[in-house]
Design a protein around this ligand. Structure first.
Ligand code: SAM
Length: 282
């Protein structure tokens, strides 16, 4: 049986539902390595490994969220110990009261808690918190309330084992600023940063790291640099004038996106977002 790889975590801005559209722009390419500098739940990564036969050493994933990356590293190299820790937590999880107890434990940064326990807590909180968000307050504490699920879909140990087989080696799983990820000619790179907000009041707070206008400008410069080196570059961002201005001269495609992160189901409507293609993809 062929197992279809898919994201382990729910992640704000996850691209799972857009894979069919985005893949049109890379599916016929012959590239050397695949790099995802803003990994999150990695929806595009999973589509790529399902469709291409790439050596693991030619995959590279990065995200500024240290706890998220620590989890992927544990999945890669310590999957059985991680599963043991995770199963203990699962057995003790009965609902809302346990959610807040485990959230406190996650936030306590208690030296007695092993990094494996922290990674296990992250997997559990991600599937039980409100909408799978990862949001922290000014003290860096994860502050998402419990979600309302009739049946939360907990991660299964088999999923962890499967992911462990397909992730790149730990040296290619990093937590740094996207600018520090080295890009070469013939690399395929998908940039999926926190988006420019649709209006000033909705400034982005859904991730642990702030990404303001200055960072958006730097990212556009970085995209241009990678493009000029001869990499195949693709970026996603919001359908805003700022983004169109920042990427002027590149091919920009408007695509339909369903934003599943809205709390009110009736407000989860289709909105447009932008896909920016580098010069080698035109
Ligand atoms: C839109 S999400 C990526 C979603 C992902 N494509 C998916 O399908 O789940 C953006 C990610 O960028 C990360 N991030 C924010 N600032 C960053 C930076 N300066 N360098 C690298 N990653 C960053 C956040 O932690 C977040 O996980």
């Amino acid at each position: 049986m062929i197992i279809k790889n898919k994201p382990l975590l729910k992640w704000a801005g996850g691209k799972y539902s857009l894979n069919k559209i985005i893949e049109k722009y890379y599916i016929n390419l012959k590239f050397d390595r695949y790099i995802e500098p803003f990994f999150g739940g990695g929806a595009v990564f999973f589509n790529i490994i399902n469709k291409f036969n790439i050596e693991k050493r030619d995959l590279y994933i990065n995200d500024a969220n240290k706890d998220l990356i620590q989890l992927y590293k544990h999945i890669k190299s310590k999957s059985s110990s991680l599963i043991k820790e995770y199963e203990i937590l699962l057995r003790n999880y009965k609902g809302e009261k346990d959610y807040y107890r485990m959230r406190d434990l996650y936030n306590s940064r208690d030296k007695n808690i092993s990094s494996l326990t922290r990674s296990s807590l992250l997997m559990l909180l991600n599937k039980t918190c409100f909408n799978g968000l990862y949001r922290v307050n000014s003290k860096g504490e994860f502050n998402v309330p419990v979600g309302r699920y009739a049946n939360a879909s907990f991660i299964k140990p088999e999923q962890i084992l499967q992911l462990s087989k397909v992730l790149p080696p730990n040296r290619n799983i990093t937590s740094k600023d996207y600018k520090e990820v080295i890009i070469k000619r013939n690399d395929l790179v998908y940039f999926d940063p926190p988006y420019v907000p649709l209006n000033e009041t909705s400034y982005f707070t859904d991730y642990s790291v702030k990404f303001g206008l200055e960072q958006q400008k730097n990212l556009a410069d970085h995209f241009k640099l990678a493009d000029s080196k001869g990499a195949y570059v693709i970026a996603s961002n919001s359908n805003t004038k700022i983004v169109k201005d920042l990427y002027r001269g590149f091919k920009i495609i408007r695509i339909d996106a369903s934003r599943n992160i809205n709390s009110v189901a009736s407000k989860r409507k289709k909105i447009k977002e932008l896909l920016i293609l580098g010069n080698r993809l035109k």
